[in-house]
Design a binder for this molecule. Structure first.
Ligand code: ASP
Ligand code: MG
Length: 413
């Protein structure tokens, strides 16, 4: 008998009908001779509503009460799923994160899992129950309720699968798997059969929000393979796992696009220690996330520094940087909204040369101007005008042959 952990996201349990569909799937898995643990998110929209309610009730709710409130969304959903299983003649029991043995640190609203004691779950499985666990939550050593950050049910599922030594962890969601690019942008995009943890992390970081990044990091650290698949279909999804030797044969696994970006440039920044620190400390005080950072080579003891932020943060960033420009003796700060980041991701880049050249050539031929470039070992990101993003993604997808089979690609020149 195998042990299987199935996680269902908010849309998968978004209505009574969908909850009954989940219950059926759980029973099917059990009938196929598995011990079954379900990890459930709050019904779609519930967490957002609770946050809104809190803000309308109090100008500054404490993080502790926030967690008590938010954890109720998952509790409600697990009880409903257990009821649905029971109504179909099965035997299910719902558990809160605390009851399931999820122990966290004391950082409310973004707690880290410290340890899982799955004893009760194992006992209940032994008694033949389908165990339905509330995702996104745990408790501190003192027994206070904590939550794991938005999208945290993914992390609950991966961590429970790891602690239980599960044979499989399936993340059921409203997409069919991980695609070579967003199919709304590139209709030929293909569902991948497999992806390395690092590739999924880079895709997520670059705007393809299939899974909570922390959950993928956890899976990587503890070696918990998982499958992302649709809760509305029976087709297999995409398996995320440790990289295998043959995975490097694929040069580019996927392309991700992040819109609504802004590019900020500081001109003639004195080439002295501490200048960059002043700039980015100012930005950090407002919790603005900075990505692609490029500093030009020093020319007459000054450099230009450019970086990207979300367009919504632009006004605030400009406000914060104006005094800094004066203080450090730079000549000016300028900015452009309406930008996008396009990233090509693949661990094959480590062993294949010419990927950057091929990317730039394809964008050049499409008359798409590259504003900034940044690279990691397995990712190349270009910042381009948002109006060109869709075309750029289609050209790149075509160039790297991602549509043909989802894996096979022509030789790199
Ligand atoms: N319900 C939580 C959220 O909306 C956790 C989750 O869905 O994974 O962020
Ligand atoms: Mg979710």
């Amino acid at each position: 008998m195998a042990l299987i952990v199935q996680k269902y996201g908010g849309t998968s349990v978004g209505s009574p009908e969908r909850i009954r569909n989940v219950a059926q799937r759980l029973l099917e898995a059990q009938r196929e001779d598995n011990d079954v643990v379900a990890v459930i998110s709050a019904m779609a929209g519930v967490t957002d509503n609770l946050i809104k309610l809190a803000r309308e009730t109090s100008p500054q709710p404490t993080d502790r009460e926030f967690d008590v409130l938010l954890s109720t969304g998952e509790r409600a959903a697990t009880a409903l799923v257990a009821m649905a299983v029971n109504a179909l003649g099965g035997r299910a029991i719902s558990l809160t994160g605390a009851e399931a043995g999820v122990l966290t640190d004391r950082i409310h609203t973004k707690a880290k899992i410290a340890n899982i004691n799955p004893r009760l779950i194992e006992e209940l499985l032994g008694d033949g129950y389908i165990v339905v666990v509330a995702g996104f939550q745990g408790q501190t050593p003192e027994g206070e309720t904590t939550t794991l950050g938005r999208g945290g049910s993914d992390l609950s599922a991966i961590a429970l699968a790891g602690a239980l030594g599960a044979d499989a962890c399936q993340i059921f969601t409203d997409v069919d798997g991980v695609f070579s690019c967003d199919p709304r942008i590139v209709p030929e995009a293909m569902k991948m059969e497999e992806i390395a943890y690092d590739e999924l992390l880079e895709m997520a970081g670059a705007g393809s929000k299939v899974m909570q990044s922390r959950a993928v990091e956890f899976a990587k650290k503890f070696g918990v393979p998982f499958e992302v698949r649709s809760s509305f279909k029976s087709a297999p999804g995409t398996v995320a796992k440790e990289e295998a030797a043959n995975m490097e044969d694929v040069v580019i696994r996927g392309i991700s696009v992040e819109r609504k970006q802004a590019k900020v440039t500081l001109d003639d920044v004195p080439d002295t220690p501490g200048a960059a620190s002043r700039i980015f400390s100012a930005i950090a005080t407002a919790n603005i996330l900075v990505d692609v950072i490029v500093q030009s080579a020093s020319d007459r003891n000054t450099t230009d520094i450019s970086f990207t932020i979300h367009q919504d943060d632009l006004a605030r960033a400009e406000e914060l940087l104006t005094p800094v420009v004066q203080q450090i003796g730079a000549s000016r700060v300028s900015s452009h909204g309406g930008m996008a980041k396009l990233s090509v991701v693949g661990i094959g880049m480590r062993s294949h040369s010419g990927v950057a050249a091929r990317l730039f050539e394809c964008l050049g031929e499409g008359a798409i101007n590259i504003e900034l470039i940044s690279t990691s070992e397995i990712k190349i990101t270009v910042v381009i005008a948002e109006k060109d993003a869709e075309r750029a993604a289609q050209l790149t997808h075509e160039t790297f042959g991602l549509a043909r089979s989802g894996v096979a690609q022509g030789p790199v020149r």
